[in-house]
Design a protein around this ligand. Structure first.
Ligand code: TRP
Length: 469
């Protein structure tokens, strides 16, 4: 099936495959979105639903993307051409939609990553030392500094733009070094370090007086809190966190080794990603409760609460710097996988050199990303421009996460479930018969044909507002 293509790069070992894939999954989604959503949606009850979503939709869609990628050894668009044997196949639209989603996500993700880099810089240079409760809000405002509608941009407003450019320069530099020299080398170094850093933060947080309340908050199962929107938001989060629905895992799958047990890899990545999310929750909530603070929503939780709480403990300065450093790592390795989707497409389909493709894509993202950076809320410099009632920042987020990812995931499930031969799927997932996993493959195929599409159709109809729960 796969064309002989000895020049094509790939990951060198099973360990490299695991860390690169995990590096994609673990990102800003884990460090602030997961703890906050878990807390806001009923703690343990939300966790339970989330686990079910991971098993019934997340892992099966991930295996499907791996299958498409490794079977063809092609990018997110070319893979559909090879699998259908038709260069004009409409299925390649899934890949093109994925390339578009990678841009949309990167436009705002690179902005948020810029805030994290800036906070990391501030933590390391001691600028967050002794910060008070009254100062964290203005500090956050200054960091995201999106200007004011109708007023000229000041030099202070330019700082998030500068940090966004720094982020894209780091991402571009790593990506231009290639799959093995860039992505593999960086993720293999950073992922174990991330585990270590987060566990250090956990030990400190869990030994604080009153930490138990935070643990309670996170794990207490209250079934009355399980409502349809909670189920749907758990499913959406599972998608975003596992980097599914837009060809990231097709592209990474195409770099996998021939002997990789892909079902196992998907399971291990999903489990480890969830573990990282829970470790992040265990660092944040006990600390928040121990200091008698409110677990506030979204960006506030990470950027305003964390500096405050870490500052009030021994070695807080160092721990705070470590915390932001690990968030930088997580965001960076996730961005590598996002930008790799258009890069692989440019290199293989449009025949552009890797370095040129990298420079072009990173510059494009940094330029268009300005619109997201200057529109974080309605009073921002570009805040008055609204499309369907949303500013640029929210629009990019909404279009990608709520529309393209679930739609992409659904199409991928249907494509593999109904348009690929059972023997081909079994052949690829068993590494040409060398793994005895026939029963698992059958179970996988059943889920991908019936269970995942049904759940995804529900989420999709809800997110576009056709069906309101
Ligand atoms: N999973 C990453 C996070 O949790 C973000 C991400 C990387 C992503 N690649 C993706 C999300 C592809 C959707 C699709 O932050």
């Amino acid at each position: 099936m796969s064309e002989p293509n000895i020049k094509r790069e790939g990951f060198s070992s099973g360990l490299a495959v695991f860390f690169a894939t995990l590096g994609s999954a673990v990102g800003l989604g884990n460090i602030w979105k997961f703890p906050y959503l878990t807390g806001a949606n009923g703690g343990g009850a939300f966790l339970l639903i989330y686990f079910i979503c991971i098993v019934c939709v997340g892992v099966p869609v991930m295996v499907s993307e791996f299958y498409i990628g490794r079977r063809t050894r092609k990018n997110a668009v070319g893979s559909f051409k090879v699998l259908t044997g038709n260069p004009g196949t409409p299925w390649k639209g899934i890949g093109l939609m994925g390339v578009a989603a990678a841009y949309l996500i990167m436009f705002f993700y690179s902005d948020v990553a810029g805030w994290v880099y800036f906070y990391c810089f501030k933590a390391f240079t001691g600028q967050l030392a002794g910060i008070t409760k009254d100062a964290v809000g203005p500090m956050f405002g200054q960091v995201i500094g999106a200007g004011t509608a109708g007023q000229p941009l000041s030099a202070a407003t330019l700082s998030p733009l500068v940090w966004q450019v720094i982020v894209m320069t780091v991402v571009g530099t790593i990506l231009s070094m290639g799959v093995r020299g860039g992505i593999e080398r960086i993720t293999k170094t950073l992922m174990p370090l991330l585990f270590l850093l987060i566990i250090i933060c956990d030990i400190r947080a869990l030994t604080l007086p009153g930490a138990g309340k935070g643990i309670d908050f996170l794990f207490h199962v209250d079934f009355s809190k399980i409502t349809a929107p909670v189920i749907l938001s758990a499913l959406g989060l599972a998608f975003f966190k596992l980097s599914l629905g837009m060809g990231t895992m097709i592209t990474y799958g195409s770099y996998f080794t021939d002997d990789n047990h892909m079902i196992q890899t998907a399971g291990k990545v999903a489990a480890s990603d969830t573990l990282v999310s829970m470790l992040a929750g265990l660092a944040i909530f006990p600390t928040v409760f121990s200091f008698g603070m409110e677990p506030s929503a979204g960006p506030g939780l990470l950027f305003m609460t964390i500096p405050l709480v870490f500052n009030q403990m021994p070695f807080g300065g160092i721990l705070l710097a470590c915390f932001f450093l690990l968030t930088c790592f997580a965001a960076t390795t996730a961005m590598l996988s996002l930008v790799e989707v258009p890069i692989a497409y440019f290199v293989e389909e449009l025949k552009v050199s890797r370095v040129k493709a990298t420079v072009f894509n990173c510059v494009l993202i940094a330029l268009v990303g300005i619109t997201a950076t200057l529109s974080v809320d309605s009073s921002s410099y570009l805040g008055q421009y609204k499309f369907f009632g949303k500013g640029f920042f929210d629009l990019y987020d909404y279009l990608s996460s709520n529309i393209i990812l679930p739609l992409g995931g659904l199409c991928i499930a249907l494509f593999v479930g109904y348009c690929n031969k059972k023997e081909d799927i079994a052949d690829e997932l068993s590494n040409h018969g060398t793994l005895a996993n026939a029963a698992t493959v059958d179970a996988y195929r059943f889920i991908i044909r019936f269970v995942s599409p049904a759940l995804l159709i529900l989420v999709f109809l809800n997110s576009v507002g056709i069906l309101k729960f």
